[in-house]
Design a protein around this ligand. Sequence first.
Ligand code: 5GP
Ligand code: MG
Length: 180
Amino acid sequence: MIDNRIDKVLLTADEIEAGINKCAQYINKKFKQSKIPPLMVGVLKGCIPFLGRLISKVEFDMELDFIAVASYHGTESTQNVKIVTDLATDVKNRDVILIEDIVDTAFTIHQILEIFKNRQAKSITFVTLLDKPSRRILNLKPDYFCFTIPNYFVVGFGLDYNQKFRNLPYIGVLKKSYYS
Ligand code: 5GP
Ligand code: MG
């Protein structure tokens, strides 16, 4: 059933699942031979449904951790990232697979990548469910994206509007009347 605050569905639950299957093939191929288990790091909170589905399809030993950051867009410099929840794991010399819900301007992911570089991760593979390249400000491409979307503000499957809608099983566009 479609929530009546949703204008249109961009990606159905089945389409998302098929996209995550392909993503799992990509990381399985890339990391199957790893000697030290890669560390998958979810960027909270939007990563949760994506990460949950993805790790169930992973065919190599892996470890899991999380990071949450508050980023200040617009006029602020890109150094202005506040770590709200930090990793419990030392990432030095580890292969890190970073799991995001969406890349928009790329400020957030740029800041997170800097944190991992400063802490001397061995490698960083950046995977995102959604890519919104039309709004990119920084010249940064994910290593893998499941879907490219047009310039809509989307919710569902982890993505929120004022903390709501993360639980929707599909990805959709909110009705204008709901947020204006
Ligand atoms: P960026 O720093 O790349 O501009 O934005 C990244 C963050 O902005 C995402 O992790 C997400 O929290 C938020 N964001 C960007 N686009 C959307 C969108 O279409 N819908 C939602 N719900 N959040 C978005
Ligand atoms: Mg996010």
